[in-house]
Structure formats: C-alpha cells, structure tokens
Design a protein around this ligand. Structure first.
Ligand SMILES: Nc1nc2c(ncn2[C@@H]2O[C@H](COP(=O)(O)OP(=O)(O)OP(=O)(O)O)[C@@H](O)[C@H]2O)c(=O)[nH]1
Length: 353
C-alpha cells in the first residue's frame, strides 16, 4: 500500500489573530502526533519562533519577510525536505504563515513542491473576532482568504459579548461560504479537526484540494522579494503597505516611559510583539508583550538560563514613521546602573496576565 503522505497544513490569519497561540495549543494537546513546524515572521527578529513552545518535534523558521514572497518553491522544498525526512517520523507539518502573508501564495508554494513525501493538507484561517470589522475595513481582501479556507477558527470569543459573538459568527460563516467555522478562545480547537482530515489518496493531482487554477493569480515568489525593514516594492498585496521595525537593547526599559509610548502609539501601529527587559526591583522577569489594534497585554515568565536579558521587539504597522518609532523606543531606555523601583511597574502590571 502506498505510504500516506505527510499533510502540510497552512495556518494563516491577519496580524495578531492568534496563529501562534493556536499552534502552541496544538503542540500541547495533540498527544502522540509528531508535528513539524515552519514559522514565518514578518520582521527581522523571529519572535514567533521564540513563542512556540519547546514541545515541537522539528521546527524551521523563516524571518524577515513573508513566506508568500520571501522564498520560492525550491527554498520551501528545502525546508519541507528537512521536516519530512523519514527519520524524523513527522505525522503532520504545520506552516504558520506571517500575519501579512497571502494564503494563496503560500499554498501555491506547497502545491508546487517536488517533495513526494508531502501533500497539501488544507488552510486553517484564524480570525480575530474582536478586531474583525476593523481589519476587514482596512483590508477587504481578507474576505477572499476566508473563501479559500478549509476550516475557519473564529478566535478571541472571550472578548465578545453574546450578541457580538452571534453577529460575527454569522458574518464569518457567510463570507467563508459553508466551510466549518469553529468559535473559540485562545486557539483551543480540537487537534483532530486539523490533523485527522479525510485521508486523500497519495499521488496525482486529485489529492490536492486546491489547484493552481482555483487559486487567484499570484506573482511568482522570488528570493529577490525578500525584504528587511521596509515595504515590498512589487505588485501590491496585503503586506505591501506594511513596515516592520525591529528594536533590541540590553539596557533596561523604563516602565513609565514605555507605558507612555504604548498608550500613545500611533493608530497605524497595528501590532507589536516581543520581550521586554524592565529589570525593575522585584520584576526582573521576562515580560512578553503583545499589542493587536487597541489590545495590549504582558505575560510574565522566567528568562531561560542562556537567554540574553534584553528587550527584543517587532513593531508592524502602516503609515508609521519608523525612524520616529525607533527614537521613541530609545527614549524609553534607562542606564544599566539605574534600575527602576518596583512601584514604577504598576502600569505594566495592570496589563499583565
Ligand atoms: N483575549 C484573547 N487573547 C488572545 C486569544 N488568542 C490569542 N490571544 C492573544 O493575542 C495576542 C496575539 O496572539 P498570537 O497568537 O501571537 O497571534 P499571531 O496571529 O500569531 O500574531 P502574528 O504572528 O503577529 O500575526 C497574544 O497576546 C495572545 O495571547 C483569545 O482567544 N483571547
């Protein structure tokens, strides 16, 4: 009997919708299944790779650009080849696309793969229920992504009241055209929904749910398109107007000044993520920061022993002055010999889970 190919499942969704959270949930709960992961960050610091918990069996990470245009199929093949090596005994590969990737572009790369051990396993589109209207108003093309999905995870239900939950569920259901929509919070979906998909016969074009013909026209990915801090200069798509700014420093962050910065962040700055080193008395832990639209949260954890005590942030937005952002962040730094007092942390702690 032909050996079943390893399904490659794409997890996509707009900036901050909860893809990494979903991935971590899958890794923590898919008892027995060995999962290989491709993580793609838009930004030159691989925050997502660092946020994916240690239980992953094999991971390759792609920073600094969008998978959909930062690599061509040969490059992705190298990554998939590595994950699909029989010795790794991987059961499923999950590709977490950057929040600005065009899912169709990522799917095309997988469909174009020469690797005979893998097959395209479907698109899971994660939707931030709380930010859906705003994201959609800015990016009507998100509707098209929903139509390409095999499963829609309607996330962040905890941030919606009952009436809103019903309205968004009905809207997303309508836009996605009949595919299952699973409402949830914190990406808590049953892994069987993703991994125990109907096995499709190995080989041939018909083990692919989507074909090039059914995908919208998409430019050829090329390594030339890899971009650093800055916009893509080729034909417009979702991330062409977005900029990412990477910021890192081993100097402690002043909690008050940093909260002033966050409270006054420009509206175009849709997403910020990373780790903050406050080094305040009594609060020397690592503070993981997430902002998504108006949402802001910190999570406190221990630094691992070999981890550098430093702030590493990626900020992603549109119409923002990157030089000004860097300057503003630099102004939040303190001298290494000048630790903050614990009481200065209260504004940070108000947002800390
Ligand atoms: N309240 C709430 N917060 C959530 C939920 N799911 C994720 N988050 C938070 O939303 C923020 C972004 O989540 P991520 O999983 O990093 O989102 P992402 O889609 O991987 O982000 P990008 O890769 O930057 O596009 C984090 O602070 C998460 O803890 C949810 O269901 N409810």
């Amino acid at each position: 009997m032909a050996k079943r190919r390893i399904p490659v499942v794409v997890v996509a969704g707009f900036l901050g919708s909860g893809k990494t959270t979903l991935l971590n949930h899958l890794l923590a709960t898919s008892s027995g299944a060995r999962i290989g992961v491709v993580v793609n960050d838009f930004g030159s610091i691989n925050i997502d790779a660092m946020l994916v918990a240690g239980q992953v069996d094999s991971m390759v990470s792609l920073g600094n650009g969008c998978l959909c245009c930062a690599v061509d199929s040969a490059d992705l093949d190298v990554l998939l080849d590595r994950l699909a090596e029989p010795a790794r005994r991987i059961d499923v590969i999950v590709v977490e696309a950057s929040g600005l990737a065009e899912p169709a572009g990522v799917i095309r790369l997988i469909l174009a793969s020469d690797n005979r051990r893998i097959s395209y396993g479907g698109l899971v589109e994660v939707v931030d229920g709380a930010e859906f209207d705003r994201a959609r108003a800015a990016h009507p093309e998100l509707d098209r992504d929903l139509r390409q999905a095999d499963l829609v995870v309607l996330n962040k239900n905890d941030r919606l009241d009952e009436a809103e939950r019903r309205r968004v569920l009905e809207l997303v259901g309508r836009l996605s055209g009949g595919v299952p929509v699973v409402p949830t919070s914190h990406g808590r979906v049953d892994p069987a929904l993703l991994f125990d998909r109907e096995p499709r016969p190995a080989g041939g074009a018909d083990d692919r749910q989507l074909s090039f013909d059914t995908l919208p026209e998409y430019h050829d990915g090329s390594a030339d398109h890899a971009h650093h801090d800055g916009p893509c200069d080729h034909e417009p798509h979702l991330h062409s107007s977005y900029l990412s700014v990477a910021f890192s420093s081993d100097r402690p962050m002043d909690p008050g000044r940093f909260m002033d910065f966050l409270d006054g962040r420009p509206t175009g700055l849709y997403r910020a993520k990373g780790f903050v080193h406050f080094d305040a008395k009594g609060y020397r832990q690592k503070f993981t920061l997430h902002t998504v639209g108006s949402y802001l949260s910190f999570q406190r954890s221990r630094w691992s022993p070999d981890e550098p005590r430093e702030t590493r942030l990626v900020l992603i937005g549109t119409g923002v002055d990157t030089g000004e952002l860097r300057r503003a962040l630099t102004n939040c730094l303190r001298g290494t010999e000048d630790p903050s007092e614990g009481r200065e942390m209260f504004r940070v702690l108000r947002h800390t889970r």
